[in-house]
Design a protein around this ligand. Structure first.
Ligand SMILES: Nc1ncnc2c1ncn2[C@@H]1O[C@H](COP(=O)(O)OP(=O)(O)O)[C@@H](O)[C@H]1O
Ligand SMILES: O=C(O)c1ccc[n+]([C@@H]2O[C@H](COP(=O)([O-])O)[C@@H](O)[C@H]2O)c1
Ligand SMILES: [Mg+2]
Length: 195
């Protein structure tokens, strides 16, 4: 059986950290990182606020992301091999795809594909603190967090709630270890229930 799991939520909630740990513990597990689908910098719109609008769906090549997901759905074994994931002979029937990113549940062609949608959040102050310690390929200009990142997070989250998208909320303030064990057990149960 194959399942697609979303590790979504706010920037700096701990999505990438959690996803990378889960991959090591799950059978035949591939990851698709939404961050890999950011468009080049010269294609990112500049808003009326003067900021490059990185945190909107239009800044991501979502068609390419969906095509990548479809390639996994067509042939997870081939996809795993192509992405350097060794397929375990005793579990070849089980395949897990982890989609990881900050706008996983706002793009209609993806939203119904998930067996489980996790949503990691931390309080505003902690998010801002973690973000200020991060170095992205394109560094945040002063004021970006409050002027663009946080308002866009709130906007998309509100839309998701209005659309009734069901998510499993995760408290990103828990330790890395606690989150890992909580989600691993839950995914294992999802696998058992779908077999
Ligand atoms: N459970 C956690 N508790 C404390 N810090 C964490 C936790 N998970 C991740 N971090 C740290 O927070 C920052 C953002 O983590 P990351 O996994 O890159 O988040 P995201 O992919 O959601 O932006 C990193 O410095 C990471 O080491
Ligand atoms: O990866 C990039 O090229 C990149 C370039 C500019 C900005 N980002 C930021 O990456 C953030 C999403 O990644 P993450 O891991 O913080 O969830 C998002 O808030 C963007 O502002 C990312
Ligand atoms: Mg990340």
């Amino acid at each position: 059986m194959k399942i697609i799991v979303g590790i979504g939520g706010m920037t700096n909630g701990g999505k990438t950290t959690l996803t990378n740990s889960l991959q090591k513990a799950l059978p035949n597990c591939c990851i698709i990182h939404q961050d890999d689908f950011f468009k080049p910098q010269n294609q990112i719109a500049i808003g009326e606020d003067g900021f490059k609008q990185w945190d909107v769906l239009e800044s991501l090549d979502m068609e390419a992301m969906v095509s990548t997901v479809q390639a996994w759905i067509r042939d997870p074994q081939k996809f795993a091999r192509a992405h350097g994931v060794s397929v375990q002979p005793d579990t070849t029937d089980t395949h897990v795809l982890l989609l990881e990113g900050f706008l996983l549940y706002s793009y209609k062609p993806l939203v119904d594909l998930y067996s489980r949608r996790y949503f990691l959040t931390v309080p505003y102050e902690e998010c801002k603190r973690r973000r200020s310690n991060r170095s992205y390929m394109v560094p945040d200009p002063p004021g970006l967090f409050d002027g663009h990142v946080w308002p866009m997070y709130q906007k998309y989250k509100q839309e998701m709630e209005e659309d009734g998208v069901e998510v499993v909320h995760l408290d990103g303030m828990k330790s890395r270890d606690e989150l890992f064990h909580q989600v691993l057990e839950d995914i294992r149960n999802t696998l058992l229930n779908s077999s």
